[in-house]
Design a protein around this ligand. Structure first.
Ligand code: NAD
Length: 492
């Protein structure tokens, strides 16, 4: 699937509570298409009362629907069916995802939708694999832990990969037997509603998977503060993550998983093999989804002798990118999510240049053929660790380039004072690669590679202010369970 007519896509609006659409609420939020800025729908904004209704519904379903108590293999079967339904629904889901987000429909169909299905299938397989442990106590006692769901999990998702980010939250939560109340970003509210419909069709009991619409200040805040929420799992900015953690401390204490921002370095040494491949990897890691990726490789650190050559090769890849609407054929540089976000990217680049950086490539709006906001992939040189574009998460296709002369210097530059989400190391020297894997303070380090694969067993999560806890992997499944300790005296 390479293109579609946006006028032909119908969206269904509302909250999804207890298996039904609920399109009520005094306040509404307009939803615009990033590709051309056209407001195409609106969603109701859930206030504290609506959140109460959604969480109560989820709580009742958790207690009475049998979801938590059914044989885990049965839960697994239902979730596998959901995965199949998602994969089979690509013709509906991919355009729906592309319409309201920055995901080109070709990518949504080839990656986002099948990857979402595969992730659900991955967690389905966990449902009957982990029930707790028997402990090595003395012979007269039996000690064990029993894995139990929390009850109702609040999941809050960002706009950059609406389906995928939501599925990372809901799949392990549901597999572990919880009910979920999901709040998508107010900018991308629709594709997860389709996911919730498919969950009902797969056999997930009504009320186990709910969606509430709204903003952060009213809806998100009321959701994380609700007393019946057992745990909060969040993906979004570091600033919001801190606010959510504070709210959870005040109203819980509730455990939180936070997947937050990043400013990830890519280290390239002169011995890295196939410099053209490295250039493609680096270009893809900053221009993919127009840089609106948490682990965008936004800080390029290059050994001085190859810096100019590598930058020239990256520029050639950038020059091939085609800005355009998510529904236009051949789009490889999608829009920025909104005009204010594009203006923010522009302002950071301008201020960084005014402070002494050089613009090596890009640094301007691009023409995507619509009234959407597009920004050219950009390379800034003559920057220092204090430059704004090096320090701040830009969340756009802006690459800063710094050079180094030694491994020690490369490591020093790689460490960011705040963020530690991911890093890439490109070298043919295995010992050096492993030293840097050890040395770099980041939750993920890729070697001669950059970016996520479909290896769902590999968890993702940040060090420092990039987050707490993990999505994906066994860790994310276990994070949706609490472990009850039991000790039994067996003496007659
Ligand atoms: P955001 O923090 O502005 O919003 C994320 C979600 O939180 C939205 O649904 C929003 O409505 C909600 N929210 C806002 N304020 C809230 C509050 N006070 N209480 C509860 N909910 C609230 O982030 P965004 O702009 O949607 O997403 C971009 C950010 O997400 C970037 O910083 C990016 O790095 C990060 N991100 C991280 C990962 C990861 O895996 N680490 C993945 C994707 C995105």
């Amino acid at each position: 699937m390479d293109s579609f007519d946006p006028a032909k896509i119908a969206v269904r609006s509302g909250h999804f509570i207890g298996g039904e659409y609920v399109d009520e609420g005094a306040r509404r939020i307009d939803v615009a298409r990033p590709s051309d800025g056209v407001v195409y729908a609106s969603v109701p904004l859930a206030d504290a009362e609506m959140i109460d209704r959604a969480v109560d519904n989820a709580w009742t379903a958790f207690r009475t629907s049998g979801w938590a108590r059914m044989a885990p293999r049965e839960r697994a079967r239902i979730l596998r069916r959901l995965a199949d339904l998602v994969a089979a629904d690509v013709e509906t889901l991919a355009p729906l995802e592309a319409l309201g987000s920055t995901r080109p429909v070709r990518d949504a169909a080839a990656w986002d939708v099948p990857y979402t299905a595969e992730g659900i299938r991955f967690y389905a397989e966990f449902a009957d694999k982990l029930g707790g442990e028997v402990m090595a106590t003395d012979h007269d006692h039996l000690g064990m832990t029993i894995a139990e769901p929390y009850g109702v999990i609040a999941a809050i998702a960002p706009w950059n990969f609406p389906l995928v980010m939501a599925s990372w939250k809901i799949a392990p939560a549901l597999a572990a037997g919880n009910a979920v109340v999901l709040k998508p970003s107010e900018m991308t509210p629709f594709s997860v509603l389709r996911l919730a419909e498919l969950a009902i069709a797969a056999g997930v009991p009504k009320g186990i998977f709910n969606v509430v619409q709204g903003d952060g200040r009213t809806t998100g805040d009321a959701l994380v503060r609700h007393p019946k929420i057992g745990k909060v799992t969040f993906t979004g900015s570091t600033r919001t993550g801190a606010a959510i953690m504070a709210a959870c401390a005040e109203t819980g204490t509730k455990p939180v998983t936070l997947e937050l921002g990043g400013k990830s370095p890519q280290l390239v040494f002169a011995d890295a093999s196939r410099l053209d491949d490295v250039a493609r990897r680096i270009a893809g890691a900053i221009a993919g989804n127009a840089g609106q990726v948490c682990n965008a490789g936004s800080r390029l650190l290059v050994e001085r002798s190859v810096a100019d050559d590598l930058a020239a090769r990256i520029q050639r890849v950038f020059a091939e990118l085609k800005p355009g609407a998510t529904w236009a054929p051949g789009t490889t540089l999608p829009p920025i999510i909104s005009e204010p976000q594009a203006a923010r990217i522009e302002a950071i680049v301008e201020r960084t240049v005014a402070a002494g950086a050089s613009l090596r490539y890009g640094g301007a709006r691009a023409d995507g053929g619509t009234r959407g906001a597009f920004y050219t992939p950009t390379i800034l040189t003559n920057v220092t660790p204090r430059s704004e574009a090096v320090r701040e998460e830009v969340f756009g296709p802006v690459l800063t380039l710094q050079t180094f002369d030694s491994e020690e210097e490369a490591l020093e530059l790689a460490q960011h004072p705040d963020y530690g989400l991911a890093a890439g190391v490109h070298t043919a020297d295995l010992g050096r690669a492993l030293r840097l894997v050890r040395g770099i303070e980041a939750g993920t380090v890729w070697v001669n590679h950059y970016g996520r694969t479909s290896d769902f067993m590999i968890p993702t999560g940040g060090y420092k202010r990039s987050g707490i806890g993990k999505d994906l992997g066994r860790q994310a499944y276990e994070a949706n369970l609490r472990f009850k300790s039991v000790l039994i005296d067996m003496r007659p």
